[in-house]
Design a protein around this ligand. Structure first.
Ligand SMILES: C=C(O[C@@H]1C=C(C(=O)O)C=C[C@H]1O)C(=O)O
Length: 354
């Protein structure tokens, strides 16, 4: 395992792209280490490799399988979740006011019937004194149910995260995805009770995914919504499975789903533009997607795709981490409550930084 983490340091020193990740509930860590320095862009969705896509635009970064050395290791430490209590962070009043005014604006355009739902987000910098390897090991330990990753190219910079949200899992013609939305702080003693607003917010996502997939499949199944835990918070989740028609193309399915209303809004294109115009910062790769495209690096199997939405993520610099956090806004949103929801979500990252 030490050699594995030395390899990460080597890639960073030499400015060579890499993706290191562990899938939900797995104790295997896979390293996809690019051998050459050029940053590749994805131009063909039939290609095999590791993909890192932004929220908006076509600048999809790619590590092709044929340019990578693959190393897998077992995560040696116990994978039991380490969930120490973390103090509520100090509130930045200016950031709070700015975010609340963004939420108010979202609510007003939703009430004006331009949108059904929007996902407002913000970014925040947290000082970091711990090294990247230690932070990544903590992510591995603390969030066993999430896709825990560390990704670097000289173009994107260094990103890390522990995302609870699958965008698409595919094996030949069978695909799986989820509708995830609604957030509450996890309680060990009380079962989550979901309000109408949260149920509606999640149903928007389910309905959108079912509608989008109906173009590619006549055999779609969805579970009832259920409560799903992601670290210190819980969400509402629906699991969706579909058999794609023979003629379907994986790239089309991905682009039809992404960005889903779990991270963007309805209607999609207008919501994306509204967020680009109004959020006041660049999301970059936050709420984009990442993962294995047409290739399972762990087993060396083709025709498998395993992509996740880039949530609970952060961009690392020399002395700070830039966190990205968002939440779903509907006509019934309360701006202050939504701000505190972003604070609660930020704890996922803060916990591994201190
Ligand atoms: C946008 C984020 O999370 C998404 C939004 C959620 C919500 O609005 O309740 C819940 C889960 C995610 O689909 C984020 O974590 O930044």
């Amino acid at each position: 395992m030490t050699d594995f983490f030395d390899k990460i340091k080597y890639q960073l020193d030499k400015k060579l792209p890499f993706a290191v990740y562990s899938k939900p509930v797995s104790d295997i860590v896979t390293g996809v280490f690019q051998k050459t320095g050029a940053v590749h862009n994805l131009t063909d969705f039939n290609a095999r490799g590791f993909v890192f896509a932004p929220f908006a635009g076509n600048d999809v970064v790619f590590i092709p399988k044929d340019d990578a050395e693959v190393i897998t290791v077992k995560n040696e430490a116990s994978i039991e979740a380490v969930l120490n209590d973390l103090e509520q962070p100090k509130i930045d009043e200016t950031a709070k006011q700015e975010f609340e005014s963004l939420v108010k604006k979202c609510v007003s355009v939703i009430k004006g019937r331009q949108f059904e739902k929007l996902v407002a987000s913000r970014t925040e910098k947290v000082p970091v004194t711990t090294d990247v390897i230690t932070i990544y090991k903590r992510l591995l330990q603390t969030y066993p149910n999430a896709f825990r990753y560390c990704f670097y190219t000289p173009k994107t910079g260094l990103w890390m995260g522990a995302t609870p949200e699958q965008l698409l899992k595919a094996h030949e013609n069978t695909i799986k995805t989820v509708a995830l939305a609604g957030t509450q702080v996890y309680s060990e003693t009380k079962e989550a009770v979901w309000e109408e607003k949260e149920q509606q917010e999640q149903k928007f996502v389910t309905d959108y995914i079912l509608q989008r997939l109906s173009q590619y499949s006549s055999d779609i199944q969805a579970t009832q919504p259920y409560t799903f835990r992601a670290g210190n918070i819980v969400h509402i989740k629906t699991d969706i499975t579909a058999d794609l028609k023979e003629s379907s193309n994986i790239g089309e399915v991905i682009n039809s789903l992404h960005p889903t209303p779990a991270v963007c809004g309805i209607p999609k294109e207008q919501a994306k533009q509204f967020l680009l115009d109004n959020e006041g910062y660049n999301r970059k790769y936050y709420s984009g997607y990442l993962g294995e495209l047409n290739y399972d690096f762990g087993s060396g199997t083709s025709s498998k795709t395993d992509l996740f939405v880039n949530l609970r993520s952060m961009k690392m610099s020399e002395d700070n981490a830039q966190l990205f956090i968002g939440c779903g806004i509907t006509k019934d949103s309360n701006p202050e409550k939504e701000f505190f929801e972003t604070v609660n979500k930020s704890i996922t990252m803060r916990k591994v930084l201190v």
